[in-house]
Design a protein around this ligand. Structure first.
Ligand code: ADP
Ligand code: MG
Length: 331
């Protein structure tokens, strides 16, 4: 593995939470109904993401570790991105900076295979034992993250803060996918376990939001459903009285992807500015849908920032929809 590749890899995979996010996105892209995440030492020593998705055949396993070997780019079209992954970078990046092992069984296949690679060395492929009968599924284990890049290793925080970052990343994905069961364990202790929510999307979503954001939010949040041109905004916002000292209670999704976008956060601040002190943050979970050509999610490898073709339109919709809901509730 070249130094350049390792540097690029460090940019995609900054910390355990980034690896977990990429791996869980792969599970979701593979139609998993249950995703299980385990960590040791905050994910620095070991992290594992197991799913019951489509799985991979022997040949697909071999291909998965090749740089830019994504199976998800229809016609090389970077504009229309329906799946979460689209760069074919995550697995090779992890393989470049850690000891990576992937065991998988393609749905319906009799046998399971495992591929293992260390620090970007040659991959080894062998038959594997994987529970779950003939059902498909994949289990990815990452050991000793950044063992091959000691400089990067030094920047990792305490196990506690790495666990918090993993938890936050996984909760955001869980909120976007209420029909999928998620669990997180650290050192064999369960941190959360969300069962798959059924019913229509809105019911299921509100229940999942309640599981993550708390019962008080679930019981008192104001529902939004607003459109402007090709934009559709749904979700829930908390009353101004339910506020926090940080932005951790603000969950934003664009076309089903968790994002952390300054424009969107600013719009929320704008909507609440008459009701909240500047250093307080309302709790919100907003889901914006818009045609893929109206938004560029390809800004940063970590994919949390987005760029809108018409930022003013997006901001206007959020501010007016939030203000309207707050006014209806008597604010
Ligand atoms: P990307 O997600 O951008 O395609 P990745 O490096 O994350 O790139 O994954 C490479 C490929 O490996 C994917 O395109 C997919 O075909 C396969 N893959 C990865 N993880 C899984 C999984 N959990 N289940 C099934 N296939 C997977
Ligand atoms: Mg991916």
């Amino acid at each position: 593995e070249t130094l350049v590749n390792r540097i690029a890899a460090g940019e995609v995979i900054e910390r355990p939470a980034a690896a977990v996010k990429e791996l869980v996105e792969n599970s979701l892209d593979a139609h998993a109904r249950r995703v299980t995440v385990g960590l040791r030492d905050g994910g620095k020593a070991w992290l594992c993401v197991a799913d019951d998705g489509d799985g991979m055949s022997r040949d697909e396993l071999g291909l998965a570790l090749e740089r830019h070997a994504t199976s998800k780019l229809p016609d090389d079209d970077l504009v229309r991105i329906a799946t979460l992954g689209f760069r074919g970078e995550a697995l090779p990046s992890i393989a470049a900076v850690a000891r990576l092992s992937i065991a998988s069984r393609a749905r319906g296949a009799g046998e399971a295979w495992r591929i293992a690679v260390e620090g970007g060395g040659p991959p080894e492929l062998a038959p594997a034992a994987l529970g779950g009968g003939a059902k498909g599924g994949t289990r990815v284990e990452v050991r000793d993250l950044f063992f091959a890049t000691p400089a990067r290793l030094k920047f990792l925080k305490s196990a506690r803060s790495e666990v918090m970052a993993v938890r936050d990343a996984l909760e955001r994905l869980a909120m976007a996918q209420p029909g999928v069961a998620f669990s997180l364990e650290h050192e064999e202790r369960s941190l959360f376990r969300y069962e798959a929510e059924s019913g229509d999307l809105f019911d299921a979503r509100l229940k999942r939001l309640g599981a993550v954001m708390g019962r008080e939010f679930q019981d008192n949040a104001l529902a939004l459903d607003a459109r402007r041109e090709s934009l559709h905004l749904t979700g829930y916002i908390g009353l101004p009285t339910l506020n926090k000292a940080n932005a951790l209670g603000q969950y934003l999704f664009v076309n089903g992807r968790p994002v952390r976008d300054r424009l969107l956060l600013g719009a929320i601040r704008g909507a609440y500015q008459d009701f909240l002190a500047r250093d307080r943050h309302p709790m919100v979970a907003l889901f914006l849908e818009l045609p893929p050509e109206e938004v560029d999610v390809n800004v940063h490898p970590a994919k949390a920032e987005v760029r809108f073709r018409d930022p003013g339109l997006v901001r206007g919709l959020i501010v007016s929809a939030c203000k309207h809901a707050l006014a209806e509730a008597g604010h």
